[in-house]
Design a protein around this ligand. Structure first.
Ligand code: UD1
Ligand code: CA
Length: 465
C-alpha cells in the first residue's frame, strides 16, 4: 500500500471505526454496521459508548458515497463531531485504516470495528491507557470459527493474528481470538502500515498483518489484554450471529434489572431496548418490550406481551396483558388493558381505568374515570369520575382537521354513542346509549338522540300470512 507522509501529532487519542466492508455474509443491502440490533444500528451502540470515553476525534470509514446514508441513519447528536472518511473500495481492514491515517492528528489511535456493537466503555478505557506501541484485546471462545486466531511464541508473547481462511490445520483449534479492538501509537501506522500486503487467501490488506511486521522491527512492542465475556466483544457477520448476539445482550440487560430487584418472570423473554428505571416491587411478566425512556414507579405490574415506548408509570400502576403504550403518562393507581393502545400524549389520571380494545391519543383521562371497553378516545379532555361506556367513539376528524372535545367531571357517556368533535359536555351530564352528540350538552342534563322505540305487534305472524 502507499505510504502516508508522517505529520505532526498532538497528545491525545482518536478512534477510527471501520464501517466500509461489503457485509456479503449478512446478505443485506445497507452497510452491516447500520443493521439494527437491540433497537438501533450496531454502529450507534458503539458511538453511544464512545460518548462516555473522552476521545479527541472519531473517524468513521464508510463505503463510497454513503456518508449521507450513515448521517441519516445515525443519531444527529452523536454524528456532529464525527469525521467521515471514504474507502472507495473495500480492500481490507488495513486499507480502511490507511484511508483515515492522513487525518489523524493525535499520538494515539484506537481502531474499532463497526460490526461489534457491545464493546464496553471499560475495554476502551483500558486500551486507551496502555503505553505499549500496539495493544490489542483478545478473548477466549469455545467457537473461534471465522475469527482471527492469536498466535503466541514460546515465551507466550503475541506475534501474529491469522485469519480463518489462512490457518494451518493445527491452528484451527486455537481458542484465543482477536476482538478487533486495537490501539496503536499513530507513528506505528505511519511507519509500517504501507508494508502490509494482500498475500492471503482473501486478497485483502489486513490490519492484523501489521503485527508480524512490527514484531520484526520492534520485538516486544505488542501487548495483548484478554477480556470476557467473549460475546461482548464479538461482532456479527451473519444474520444468525446477529440474532444470537442480540439475545445475549438482552439477557445481560435483563439480568442487571433482576440484580436490582426487579421481578422479571423470565429474563430470556424480556427485551429492554431502551433506558429503563424501576422502583421497588415491580413485576414484569413474559414477552414485555421496553423502548426509549421508560420509568416505572413502585409496586407496578406489567402484564405479558406489553410494549412500553417512552412511558412514565407512577406508583401502583397495573398494565394488563398485550397493551401498547407510546409517549404516555399514567398516574398513581391507574390501570390499562388488556389489549389497550395508548398512543402519544395520553395522560391517564390517578386510579383511572382504560380497558380492553380502547385506543387513546392526545387524550387526558381524569382521576377515577373509566373507559373499560372498545372505545376510540382521540383528542379528548375527560374530567374526573366519568364513565365512558362500551363502544364510545370520539369522532375527532372530518377528513381535514382534528377537533378536541371536552367531557367535564362526573359525566356518564352511554354505550355506543358518538361524540362529534368539537363539543363540550358539561358537568354531570348523561349521554343516553347510542346517542350522536353534535352540540353542547348542558350541566346535569340528559342528551338522547334516538327515535322512540316502536313495537309492532304480531309482526312475525303478519310476515308468514
Ligand atoms: C475481523 C478481524 C479478525 C477479528 C474479527 C473480530 C481483520 C483482518 N480481521 O474479521 O481478526 O477476529 O474482526 O470480529 O481485521 N471493513 C472496512 N473495510 C474493509 C473491510 C472491512 O471498513 O475493506 C470493516 C467492516 O465493515 C467491519 C469491520 O471492518 O465493520 C471488520 O471487517 P470484517 O470483514 O467483518 O472482519 P472479520 O472477518 O469479522
Ligand atoms: Ca466482522
Amino acid at each position: 500500500m502507499k505510504r502516508s507522509e508522517p505529520h505532526i501529532l498532538n497528545p491525545g487519542c482518536s478512534v477510527v471505526i471501520l464501517a466500509a466492508g461489503k457485509g456479503k455474509r449478512m446478505g443485506v443491502t445497507c452497510p452491516k454496521p447500520l443493521v439494527p440490533i437491540c433497537g438501533k444500528p450496531a454502529l450507534q451502540h458503539l458511538l453511544d459508548t464512545l460518548k462516555q470515553c473522552d476521545l479527541d476525534h472519531i473517524f468513521i470509514v464508510h463505503p463510497r458515497e454513503q456518508a449521507n446514508l450513515f448521517k441519516q441513519t445515525l443519531d444527529e447528536d452523536t454524528c456532529h463531531n464525527v469525521q467521515w472518511v471514504e474507502q472507495a473500495e473495500a480492500k481490507g481492514t488495513g486499507h480502511a485504516v490507511q484511508q483515515a491515517l492522513p487525518f489523524i492528528k493525535t499520538e494515539k489511535v484506537i481502531v474499532l470495528l463497526g460490526d461489534t456493537p457491545f464493546v464496553s466503555k471499560e475495554s476502551i478505557q483500558q486500551i486507551k491507557k496502555s503505553k505499549q506501541p500496539l495493544s490489542l484485546i483478545s478473548c477466549l471462545t469455545e467457537n473461534p470459527f471465522g475469527l482471527g486466531r492469536i498466535i503466541r511464541d514460546e515465551a507466550d508473547n503475541v506475534v501474529n493474528i491469522i485469519e480463518e481462511k489462512d490457518l494451518e490445520p493445527d491452528q484451527k483449534a486455537i481458542k484465543e481470538v482477536n476482538t478487533g479492538i486495537i490501539a496503536m501509537h499513530t507513528s506505528i501506522l505511519t511507519s509500517y502500515l504501507h508494508l502490509v500486503d494482500n498475500c492471503n487467501n482473501n486478497k485483502e490488506y489486513y490490519l492484523t498483518a501489521i503485527l508480524p511486521i512490527l514484531e520484526k522491527h520492534q520485538p516486544g512492542a505488542i501487548e495483548c489484554m484478554q477480556t470476557s465475556p467473549s460475546w461482548k466483544v464479538c461482532g456479527a457477520n451473519t444474520m444468525a450471529e446477529l440474532a444470537a448476539l442480540e439475545r445475549k445482550h438482552l439477557l445481560s440487560v435483563a439480568n442487571q434489572h433482576l440484580a436490582n430487584g426487579v421481578r422479571i418472570k423470565d429474563p430470556h423473554r424480556f427485551d429492554c431496548l431502551g433506558d429503563l428505571s424501576c422502583g421497588k416491587n415491580v413485576v414484569i411478566d413474559i414477552n414485555v418490550i421496553i423502548k426509549g425512556r421508560v420509568s416505572i414507579g413502585n409496586n407496578c405490574t406489567i402484564g405479558a406481551g406489553c410494549i412500553l415506548d417512552n412511558v412514565t408509570l407512577e406508583d401502583n400502576v397495573s398494565l394488563h396483558p398485550h397493551s401498547l403504550l407510546q409517549k404516555c403518562h399514567l398516574a398513581r393507581g391507574a390501570s390499562v388493558g388488556p389489549f389497550a393502545y395508548c398512543r402519544e400524549n395520553t395522560q391517564v389520571g390517578e386510579h383511572a381505568q382504560v380497558g380492553c380494545f380502547v385506543e387513546t391519543k392526545s387524550t387526558t383521562i381524569g382521576k377515577n374515570s373509566k373507559a373499560k371497553h372498545l372505545s376510540y378516545l382521540g383528542n379528548l379532555e375527560i374530567g374526573e369520575r366519568c364513565n365512558i361506556g362500551a363502544g364510545v367513539i370520539h369522532c375527532n376528524y372530518d377528513g381535514q382537521n382534528k377537533y378536541t372535545s371536552i367531557i367535564k367531571n362526573d359525566c356518564f357517556i352511554g354505550a355506543d354513542s358518538q361524540i362529534i368533535g368539537p363539543v363540550t359536555i358539561e358537568e354531570s351530564a348523561t349521554i343516553a346509549a347510542g346517542a350522536t352528540v353534535t352540540k353542547r350538552v348542558p350541566k346535569d342534563s340528559l342528551a338522547i338522540s334516538r327515535p322512540p322505540q316502536a313495537n309492532i305487534l304480531n309482526w312475525k305472524k303478519k310476515l308468514t300470512q
